[in-house]
Design a protein around this ligand. Structure first.
Ligand code: PEP
Ligand code: MG
Length: 315
């Protein structure tokens, strides 16, 4: 009940065998950072910046974006803030954007759109760097599928820093990470785990692209299966690569906030979960009642046999 959840707010997210788990919040608007703090989040794991851009006739300026990002960074008061660069296209569209892609989910969306619109991307990167003057900012790139996209982002970041130098504006260093949401990068994850500072698994799109199921199409929603062994293998491989290269890996898709699969994700070795702030306490309760090592043994053996994991056996 709510009283018990209230006590949980101040409790540490630690398993029965002492594994400390990081619990972060997903937000869509800067004001939601206050809710994240109130619910005891260790940081922001996903700020979907596209919501600053949607439903309005003019793009937000660099200064407007800086104000929004700096607000979140200051509110989080030293905790890490992960801000995803513009993930536009497919299910998220800009007002007045009349281009109709042949297949929006596979088209010029997210980082592809940003690299094709360097003025828009540059303004966002400068705003992010300026916000990093006030705290710890991690820049998260959506829909990465190629290493050359990572290199292009690093170049764009360097150009943004040079421009701020010229303008004499203060800025801070940022960490750079990628969404793991296209199966190709999960399958060939090593170079990305080596090159980037952190990884965040976007299970919403990862499931969509792995199973060829439109995430918004109700006619096939019964086939949208987070527990499909192929999906779990991609998640597992990404977590393992992060462990090998010493890079943090989180899940920021819906699975991360689903308390019914928390034990399974602990069994895959996940140490960082990001979710809607209202889900934090339910997930924390699961973690505090779980034995991480026992779960790792059970989940690994099911995964090796490419078997469907029965969640009942993990309780
Ligand atoms: C995801 O794809 O899992 C994700 C977190 O991003 P979005 O739902 O915004 O596409
Ligand atoms: Mg996504």
């Amino acid at each position: 009940d709510r009283a018990e959840l209230g006590l949980l707010r101040d409790a540490e997210a630690v398993t029965l065998d002492g594994v400390v788990i990081t619990l972060e919040a997903n937000i869509e608007l800067p004001e939601e950072a206050e809710i994240a703090v109130r619910e005891g989040a260790d940081g922001i794991g996903l700020f979907r910046s596209e919501f600053l851009f949607m439903g309005r006739s003019h793009l937000p300026t660099e200064d407007e974006q800086y104000a929004a990002y700096a607000h979140v960074v200051k509110t989080m008061n030293g905790r890490p803030v992960t801000i995803r660069t513009l993930d536009i296209g497919a299910d998220k569209t800009l007002v007045g954007d009349v281009t109709v892609a042949a297949n929006p989910a596979l088209g010029l969306r997210a980082i592809r759109y940003c690299l094709a619109h360097p003025e828009i991307f540059g303004a966002q990167l400068r705003a992010l760097l300026r916000a990093a003057h006030h705290g710890r900012v991690r820049v998260l790139i959506p829909m990465i599928s190629h290493m050359h996209e990572v290199h292009a982002v690093r170049q764009a970041l360097a150009a943004a820093e040079r421009e701020l130098d010229v303008r004499g504006l203060p800025y801070g260093r940022v960490e750079l990470g990628a969404m793991v949401e296209i199966p190709a990068i999960a399958i060939a994850i090593e170079p990305f785990a080596r090159e980037l500072d952190f990884l965040s698994i976007g299970t919403n799109d990862l499931i969509q692209y792995t199973l060829a199921i439109d995430r918004g199409d109700s006619e096939v929603s019964d086939l949208y299966d987070p527990m499909h062994p192929a999906v779990l293998r991609l998640i597992s491989g990404t977590i393992n690569a992060g462990e090998r290269f010493g890079k943090p890996v989180s899940i920021c898709g819906e699975m991360g906030g689903d308390a019914q699969v928390t034990r399974m994700l602990l069994g895959l070795g996940l140490k960082c979960f990001s979710m809607h702030p209202q889900q934090l306490l339910d997930v924390k309760r699961e973690i505090r009642q779980a034995h991480s090592n026992a779960l790792r043994v059970k989940v690994a053996s099911a995964l090796n046999r490419a078997e469907r994991i029965d969640l009942q056996t993990l309780i």
